[in-house]
Design a binder for this molecule. Structure first.
Ligand SMILES: *Cc1c(COP(=O)(O)O)cnc(C)c1O
Length: 394
């Protein structure tokens, strides 16, 4: 089945003896499960048979979502978690359990991921090295020097939209015996499927595109057979699982993921082109730009005709004050933190995601104080452009 069809069918409509089959998976709130015979429950507790016993180990609604995500990311299995950060924590823990306690990571990560490595893993003795994942030589050098247990990156970086060569990094990781973990939140499986490129574990903030409507906080880990088994073993102990109601909402959202994401990508491309022609705009960062530093990687790894649904742009001569006034003038675009929702969201990195980084360090990272990030929604693109146009006029 093609991805668009998997999104609508996978996980749902499990055959269960002779009972009626609901066309979509219901919300199973029960925490405890038993069977006609205690013998069956015994086999389930003993891992001799698949089945439900207690919701921290597995829940039918969450499992339907996990089957769906595993299907579209082409993984062996998945675990739905209470947030994207919970997914990252358990994925990296699983990667490091039986490997050297060392991580080689992209330095250009979601802020909380950096904080997790520095404030949760490093104090437990995990060595953390940050590299530019778009510089393969530097990546190879770091992997050779550190012999890490885990290599970690995001498919598309935030907010400058750099794209790492996941297949090459996967090769380097495999050769060094490291698990390769990819945060695929920005790309979604519609754009890139990192497991097919050699990653061992993929994590998502399902809060963003997968759920897609700004009403669920959730995450998911998908992996190959060996790594997802370890994730499940650890999850049975620590229980970072997503509740059945949120699992249901995420699954409901995912049925329209392909439709939403394709529209969001089209909107992003149109808005990027419109912004590039404006005199008040200094630079636009978007993956369809032929002069994008990773244009060749984009062509090689992204689904044809799609360039992601997020872009950033610099407003000429703008300071914090004028950016805030620009945000206050927006009427359609929502000036909020997140991304991947049906409505277009605008974020000011210097105020939000990159606030805790010093202005000097931000400048070194190429994130200037006149840069804003736009995560396109599914609105008519003319309305988004008209709104940006009126808000940019002073
Ligand atoms: C939002 C986000 C996260 C964290 O996800 P939560 O659901 O907020 O915990 C991790 N990585 C990326 C790329 C994100 O955008």
């Amino acid at each position: 089945m093609k991805l668009e069809s998997q999104l609508v069918h996978a996980g749902d409509r499990k055959r269960n003896h002779d009972s009626a089959i609901p066309s979509t998976t219901p919300i199973h709130l029960g925490t405890t499960f038993f069977y006609e015979s205690a013998e069956k429950l015994d086999r389930i507790f003993g891992h001799e048979e698949e089945g439900f016993s207690y919701s921290r180990y597995g829940n039918p609604t969450s499992q339907a979502l996990e089957d769906l995500v595993a299907s579209v990311e082409n993984g062996h299995g998945a675990l739905a978690t209470a947030s994207g950060m919970a997914a990252i924590q358990i994925a990296v823990q699983a990667a490091l359990v039986d490997r050297p306690h060392s991580i080689v990571s992209s330095g250009d990560l979601y802020g909380a991921s950096i904080s997790m490595f520095n404030q949760m893993f490093a104090p437990l003795g995990v060595d953390v090295t940050y590299v530019d994942m778009c510089d393969l030589e530097a990546v190879e050098k770091a992997i050779t020097a550190k012999k890490p247990g885990c290599v970690y990156t995001e498919t598309v970086s935030n907010p400058l939209m750099r794209v790492a060569e996941l297949d090459r990094i996967a090769e380097l990781s495999r050769a060094a015996g490291a698990a390769f973990v990819v945060d695929n939140t920005f790309a979604t499986p519609v754009l890139v499927r990192p497991l097919e490129l050699g990653a061992n574990l993929v994590v998502h903030s399902a809060t963003k595109y997968l759920a897609g409507h700004g009403d669920v906080l959730g995450g998911v880990v998908v992996g190959d057979e060996e790594h997802i088994a370890m994730v499940r073993t650890l999850s049975r102990i620590s229980g970072p699982v997503l509740g059945p109601f949120e699992s249901y909402l995420t699954m409901r959202g995912m049925k329209t993921l392909a439709l939403r994401f394709e529209r969001q990508c089209q909107n992003a491309k149109t808005v990027a082109e419109w912004l590039s022609g404006r005199r008040c705009i200094e630079r636009v960062f978007y993956c369809s730009d032929p002069n994008h530093p990773d244009a060749a990687t984009v062509r090689r790894l992204f689904a044809p005709g799609l360039y992601s649904a997020i872009l950033s742009f610099e407003i000429k001569d703008a300071q914090k004050n004028s950016i805030m006034q620009f945000m206050d003038r927006l009427k359609v675009v929502v000036p909020g933190t997140s991304l991947g929702d049906v409505h277009t969201l605008l974020l000011y990195p210097a105020m939000a995601s990159h606030r805790d980084i010093s202005p000097k360090q931000r400048e070194r990272m190429g994130i200037r104080d006149n840069l804003v990030r736009l995560a396109l929604g599914i609105e008519a693109v003319d309305d988004i452009i008209a709104d940006l146009d009126q808000a940019l006029r002073v």
